[in-house]
Design a protein around this ligand. Sequence first.
Ligand code: NCD
Length: 326
Amino acid sequence: MKHLLDTISLSRDDAISILDIAEEMTQVSDREVKKLPVLRGRTVVNLFFEDSTRTRLSFEAAAKRLSADVLNFSAKGSSVSKGESLQDTIQTISAMGADALVVRHAGSGTPHRLAHTGWIDVPVVNAGDGTHEHPTQALLDAFTLRRALGGFAASGAVKDGPRGRGLDGAKIAIVGDVLHSRVARSNVHLLARLGAEVHLVAPPTLLPWGVDNWPVTLHYDLDEALHSEDYAAVMMLRVQHERMHESFFPNEREYARLWGLSAARLAGLPKETFIMHPGPMNRGFEISAAAADSPRALILDQVENGVSVRMAVLYRLLTGQEETND
Ligand code: NCD
C-alpha cells in the first residue's frame, strides 16, 4: 500500500490491518506521554485547500504523536489566492522535503492526480476530495463501530460488547445527502467490504447516478426505513449546502421534518442502536440535540478514534510495517 486514496480500492486485509494498528495506537493516546518515536525526523505536510476543523487537527495530532514534524498549509492566506497553480504549490512543498502529503481539495480526484503525476514521489493520503471519497473518515467510522459493537470478528479475536460480532452482518443506515457526501461513498465501500449490510436512506434527488450498482439497500422514506430493520447504527450526514447549486429539497423545515433524526424518531429506535455523525453537525436540521447528545451517540468517540486511525495510516504508509514494535 503506497497511498491511501479511496476505500473502493482498499483491500479487506489492508483495512483490517489499519484498524488493528489503530487499536494499538489508542494505547499510546491513553498514556501520560502520548508519543511514539517511530516517525522521528520525517515531515508530514497537511495541504488543506478546503475548510476543516477536525480532520486537519486530527492529522496534525496523529503525526505529532508519532514524533513527525508537521507543516500545515491552508489555501486561504497562501499564494494560491495569488493564483499559484497546484503543480507549483506541490513542487514548492516537495522542495522543502515532505515525506508524506495529506490532501483535502474541493476537486474530486485531486489526491489521485498528486499520487500519479510525478510532481512529488511520497505517499499521499486523501483527507477528502470534493464529493468523491474521504477514506480516513470511513476507517475511523468502521473502527468506532467495531469497538462499539464489541467484536473483532474480522481479525479473529472477539471482545465483549453488546453484540460481540463486530461489523459482520451489522446493519448500518446512512441517512441524508448521499449525493454530495464523500463520507457516505467511502463508508459504503469499506463497511460492505468488512461484512456489514449498508442501507442508504435519502430522497431520490440526493442520491447519485450509479447508486444502483453500489452494495447497498435503498430506502426513500426515513420512517419506513427506520421501522423496517433493527440497525446497529444510524449515521446521519450533514446537508452539504456549499456543494448545492440547485434546490434539491423544498426548504430546510421540510427537510428537517422528513429527514431529520428528531427526538421522536430517536425514541422509536431500538435501545442499542448507536447514532453517528461525521461532523460538523447542523443541529436542529439533520440531527436533533436530543440525538446528538444522547448517551448512544458515538460522535465524540468518532473524533477521538480519528487520531488513532490516522496514526495507523501514517505509520503503515511511512514505515511499511503492519505492527508496531512498541
Ligand atoms: C466531512 C467532510 O468534510 O467531508 N467532515 C469531516 O471530515 N469530519 C463531512 C462534512 O463536511 O459534512
